[in-house]
Design a protein around this ligand. Sequence first.
Ligand code: HEM
Length: 478
Amino acid sequence: MTTTFDSTLDRISATRRSNARLRRPHRTDIDRPHGPRRKDVLRMVARGDIPSVAFVEQFSGYLPLAYVRMPRGDLYFLNDPELIWDVFVSAADVIKGFGLQQARAVVGDGILTSEGAKHRRQRAMVQPAFTGRRIAGYGDDMLAAIAETDARWGRLSDSGAGRIELVDEMTTLTLDIVGRTLFGMDLAAVSDEVAPALAQALGVFNRTMNPRWEIQSRYPSRARRTLTTAVDQLDAVVGGMIVSKRAELAAGAPVRDMMSVLIESSDPDTGIGLTDNELRDEVMTLMLAGHETTSMLLSWTWLLLFRNPSWKRWVTEEWDASGELDVGAVAGMSRTRAVLAESLRLYPPAWVVDRISTADLVVGDHVIPEGQSILASQWTMHKDARFWPDPHGFRPDRWLDASGAYTEKIVPRGVYFPFGFAARKCIGDRFALAEAALALAELGRRWHVIPADSADVVPQPSVTLRPSTSLPAYLRRR
Ligand code: HEM
């Protein structure tokens, strides 16, 4: 059995063509909001300083929204929670933004990037893997993967090394969890191939968001070669996964995990199952969306706890007092949930969301014409001093009510959106929070994780908000 996928080059070309179809020329007949000076923004673009937190921060002072004319089209940046709600929840005439369109080179037309009827069909197919009951059922697999990490740390510590690259450790762990729970597979064996290929692909991603990528992607440039090599490698891994799962099913294995469900599923009207390409796109999407973000959440949270020792002691009390853990116990772990919510506020792994207007949109007092980019940033909105007291402080207690129970009192709506919104909200939000809480508690009650150069770490965003280092850290048994 083999699989046949479209080539990466075909996907890159298709993305370029569809982006070109979506863009509309600059209009001169409408009033624009204010925004940063165009030449300052273009200077950043020329320096390759995009994406970066500095890039989004320069827009945040313009209320309620900012505007700048970019080389490939207009960019609107929303700084008001109500406007964010209007565009990302209520507006019908928007589709995923140019940032995510570029992701099609990697994830194709899977559930993250598809639109309309196709998205609704995919969501209905994938959703059953993420119900509360299913997530509770993943608990044993999550704990088994966490136990593997604990055992690895034990071996390292016993051998006298005791030094880890925290980001790599969290990536291996979250990939292992996705492999076991969604694909019924041990992905540890391919982790050595997936992680570097992913890092390469993400590296090039920074460039795909720069207008220069438009040219680089047309010719066999170094950036294009790096991206195609990395995605070809990921394709080989995913192809291998699909082939072995099909063989398992053909040999009579029961349909337990999500990949088996997708392989066996068929359109109720036509009876036709998913093509190789469709299957590839879903598996690739869930593998990437399902581990990179949670790995970043865990990495930043360890760092924040190290930087805030009194809060670390506070949450450790909860871990030490908890007995045997499972997914059901997470709901009662108010301090851990508060720490995770605060980490997602300060270092949101998904740090910007974007859309393209597919018709003229009235947004506040302005008209955003068809075919333009609309952005909102978790990085800036989650720290907006109008809505968050002590916006830059790590204060998990802001998420607790008077009785000490965890509460998501998010006022106003549209001011906190680590997992996005409404119909396009993250399908894995509860899954991610469950695995992150279990990993923190299980590892945190056994180990002190001591980052080596914590003061020097700054965010260096790509698709996700990554730390600027791999977070070298020392382990000490508690
Ligand atoms: C801390 C961890 C995570 C964060 C911060 C996060 C964040 C997000 C955000 C912001 C979106 C919406 C993007 C948009 O509207 O443009 C999204 C969508 C999505 N996420 Fe997550 N995510 C996380 C974990 C996961 C996990 C564990 C999975 C799967 C196992 C997952 C799968 C998806 C999928 C499939 C979508 C697309 C949903 C749709 O459009 O229907 N995510 N995520």
